[in-house]
Design a protein around this ligand. Structure first.
Ligand code: ANZ
Ligand code: ZN
Length: 805
């Protein structure tokens, strides 16, 4: 057997062979041992596949190939997340219509890149979120949520850039100005659609205790949900009937409340403002609402605010304390008002200093009073707190709450940082919200059988100045009849958030062409929840939260019988290049095509997995990939340049490296520890090179173990060895523990430098184990009697010298 390792020819040959023989197309109904191996589907950018995608997909595909070799029917689908602002902004930039751009990008991704990666993608189950036969069901899901009171439309303040004439997300507002044009951002009241994810906050949190997900991801979700426990406390307002309720996590500090703060948007603000303060209050409200929430919450933000002219009465000591408004209190959290305790809260402290408000210390670490240079936020005992003085602060939280509760002025309360999911986008490139607005009937769902509400072609799809979707400018789209009364009505012109498209795609993969239903109950029962999901931790919140919410909602609607979508989720790491972050401006972005051309897909796959632990990522270096290419060639030569004999492995020295490799590779693959797996495969290859002849059993085992990393090469070599079966179907080797023990060699045992015995021990034995074995040798034991060991000199693979006194 001979021939140069021509990776281009070999890889092409096997990609074609797999396609023709439909190797990776499953009959989902027939499969006996289903295993759903999911990876995050890409957004098909014009730049093409990113090497980060290659990294993630390869790691996931290795897992899939491993599970298949172990006998599972592995379903590994792929698709395209092609709606959204990304695609739309890019289309705007290059002056192409997404309608034309997206199919081209998808084609390029699929034919020129993904197929070359050698993954087991089942192209018969591909989905594309921009396909009407897909988004018809995205719209259907919206209608189900609406029907079950999980979708609602509400007026709210959104960030508005008066120059770009567009709505901005909180993340797009930096320092109060538009990130694109630097104009001061204003607020605009607009009606938006929301999904009630907050209703699921506690369940989303609780299930984190048992789902098998990466800890980093669970941690990020816990923080995002942001459960907070405390109390709602009610304050009377001096000389008025209104009362002000605040949310606090620190009822123990109530005696230290020296003023109150309401959010500028609080509904009581206008009512409470005294005549003299009316104007100042109104002016502050106008200016405050333009800031983003992130800035308003920042601790180091310069504090601003105005006095309303009204006073609250502290329920525990009857003291009158002034009520201010300030933008550091947000309307969307708790009750939108706080009691301010400057001695023990950092932001309150800064505010009190600035406006010269009193600071009263009520929690002390040592029971003494101090001069406070900054807020003391820790625990302690209560001081200056009337009947509660002397109580430990943790205990006082409960006691103060109970005392107020008895007077009808307090109750325990729980709050979550999680907000409802705003899904309206006043943009073009997304699935239209499937409702109509009727002057008589209000909001009416589009009947399910009329779905999809197709996104019409529009030559000019630029965002328009009004803050409305471009669709609003298309009368043929907008003007319709009301499904309820038949009168004239108008379609909703918003499109839905791209994250809704990706919140259910793994359901659709099972039956992408089914025109009768969103998903097939029987297939869902058989295949879901997903067995393994792998993706980037940048999706720890948003995508991974939305997916869980949608799945829970499906369960509650009786559509499915599980509520967590993924049995296992593993976050992979990120790649950098030669020590620096990859970016277009730096010009150090890796183009996977070039590497696949020059070194081959197998080498690229293996190199990416060799960079570091899969969950950490690593540093891509050109010198590194050359090293892996050499390894690839060594495997090639081992099989093509040697005579391969059929005799079985008999000698321990032949069996040991093979079985030890099977064990190590199997165990490491279970943990996705790919870099150490590759090291073990390199070691096995070196061991085989040491053998005088190459035996088929050893070589075939190497190919089977290497196959998940290098599918093309191993298929080729396995075939060249005369096998009819493909290596992917040849099963996973099993190790025999008897051959896994390390090789044993004779160690010399000395006492004070004199030979006292010999003992057979594993080569890699450590000093302690060698000492134990040595001390059991009779002649040695005799030498040790009544003497003290001062030192043990251990020379690995040689001797142990015991120094005694
Ligand atoms: C009095 C107090 C004293 C507070 C003290 C803290 C320390 P988390 O943990 O995030 O739930 N707060 C309540 N509602 C707010 C709102 N709408 N905007 C801004 N801040 C608000 O934080 C709860 C604490 O944040 C609450 O407890 C309240 O200040 C403030 F020594 O009340 B605290
Ligand atoms: Zn109507």
């Amino acid at each position: 057997m001979e021939g140069k390792y021509d990776h281009l020819a070999i890889e092409k040959k096997w990609q074609e062979r797999w396609t023709q023989s439909r190797t990776y197309n499953l009959d989902l109904r027939q499969a006996g041992r289903p295993y759903y191996n999911l990876m995050m589907f890409p957004y098909p950018s014009a730049e093409g596949l990113h090497v980060g995608n290659c990294f993630a997909f390869t790691g996931s595909d290795i897992h899939g190939r491993f599970m298949k070799a172990k006998g599972f029917d592995v379903f590994e689908p792929m698709g395209f997340d092609a709606f959204g602002i990304h695609s739309e902004n890019y289309a705007l930039k290059v002056g192409t219509h997404p309608w034309n751009l997206i199919p081209k990008n998808v084609e390029n991704f699929k034919e020129k890149q993904l197929k070359r990666l050698g993954a087991m993608f089942d192209w018969a189950h591909e989905v594309n979120t921009t396909d009407p036969k897909y988004y018809r069901w995205t719209q259907w899901i919206f209608l189900q949520l609406f029907k079950h009171d999980l979708a609602y439309r509400e007026e709210g303040l959104v960030n508005w850039c008066p120059k770009c004439l567009t709505v901005l997300s909180n993340e797009q507002v930096a320092g109060g100005v538009c990130e694109r044009c630097d104009s001061p951002v204003t607020k605009k009241t607009m009606a938006q659609w929301y999904f009630r994810i907050t209703r699921y906050a506690q369940r989303l949190l609780d299930n984190l205790d048992w789902i098998d997900w990466s800890d980093v991801t669970k941690h990020a979700q816990r923080r995002w949900i942001g459960r907070s426990t405390g109390a709602d406390l009610t304050f009377e307002i001096a000389g008025r009937d209104e009362r002000l309720t605040v949310y606090t996590t620190r009822p123990d500090t109530l005696y230290g409340a020296t003023y109150m703060v309401m959010a500028p948007e609080h509904p009581l603000v206008q009512q409470l403002a005294s005549a003299e303060q009316q104007e100042a209050v109104a002016a502050y409200v106008r200016s405050a609402v333009t800031k983003s929430e992130i800035e308003r919450e920042a601790e180091d933000q310069e504090k601003t605010g105005v006095f309303t002219g009204a006073y609250a009465i502290n329920p525990v000591n009857g003291k009158k304390i002034p009520i201010w408004i300030s933008d550091y209190v947000l309307m969307g959290y708790g009750t939108g008002a706080i009691m301010a305790v400057p001695a023990h809260d950092t932001r309150d402290f800064a505010f009190a200093k600035k406006f010269d408000l009193p600071i009263i210390e009520v929690i002390s670490p040592d029971g003494q009073e101090h001069d406070l240079p900054e807020a003391y936020t820790g625990e302690g005992v209560l001081i200056n707190s009337g009947e509660f003085s002397g109580t430990p602060s943790l205990e006082a939280i409960q006691k103060v709450t109970d005392a107020l509760a008895n007077r009808g002025l307090g109750r325990h309360a729980v709050n979550y940082r999680l907000r409802d999911w705003g899904i309206s986008r006043q943009r073009y490139w997304g699935p239209p919200v499937p409702v109509v607005h009727c002057p008589k009937c209000g909001i009416v769902s589009v009947p399910e059988e009329q779905l999809p509400v197709e996104l019409p072609y529009m030559q000019n799809f630029k965002p328009v100045g009004t803050g409305e979707s471009p669709l609003a400018a298309l009368p043929s789209f907008v003007e319709t009849t009301c499904p309820a009364c038949g009168g004239p009505a108008q379609r909703d012109t918003d499109v839905m958030d791209n994250f809704l498209d990706s919140a259910w795609y793994f359901f659709r993969y099972l039956s992408p062409d089914d025109d009768a239903r969103a998903f097939d109950q029987a297939l869902v029962k058989k295949w879901l929840p997903v067995d393994s999901y792998i993706g980037g931790n940048e999706h720890a919140v948003l995508h991974l939260m939305y997916v869980r919410f949608i799945t829970m909602a499906f369960k509650d609607m009786g559509l499915i019988d599980f509520e967590e979508p993924f049995k296992k989720f593993r976050a992979h790491g990120l790649l950098i290049r030669e020590g620096a972050k990859m970016s277009k401006s730096r010009g150090n972005v890796i183009n996977p095509d070039e590497y696949m051309n020059q070194y081959g897909g197998d080498t690229l796959r293996t190199y990416l997995m060799f960079l570091g632990p899969f969950h950490e990522g690593g540093d891509f270096r050109d010198t590194g990939i050359i090293g892996i290419r050499r390894f690839t060639e060594r495997v090639w030569r081992l099989v093509t340049e040697y005579e391969i004999v059929a005799e079985p492995l008999t000698d321990k020295n032949e069996l040991r490296p093979v079985h030890r490799a099977i064990k190590k590779v199997t165990q490491d693959l279970e943990r996705l520890a790919y870099n150490t797996t590759i090291a073990a495969l390199m070691e096995l290859t070196n061991e085989l090179y040491k053998q005088p002849v190459q035996k088929r059993e050893a070589v075939e085992t190497l190919l089977k173990l290497l196959h998940p990393f290098m599918p093309h090469l191993t298929h080729e070599l396995f075939e060249r060895l005369g096998n009819e079966q493909m290596v992917a179907d040849a099963g996973w080797p099993v190790w025999n523990e008897d051959y896994c023990a390390a090789e044993e060699i004779e160690f010399v045992v000395q006492v004070n430098g004199k030979l006292r015995g010999r003992v057979l021990l594993p080569v890699d034995v450590d000093q302690e184990a060698a000492w134990e074995a040595a001390s059991r040798i009779e002649a040695v034991a005799k030498q040790l009697e009544d003497r003290t060991v001062v030192k043990k000199i251990f020379v690995p693979k040689k001797l142990l010298n015991i120094v005694v006194k």
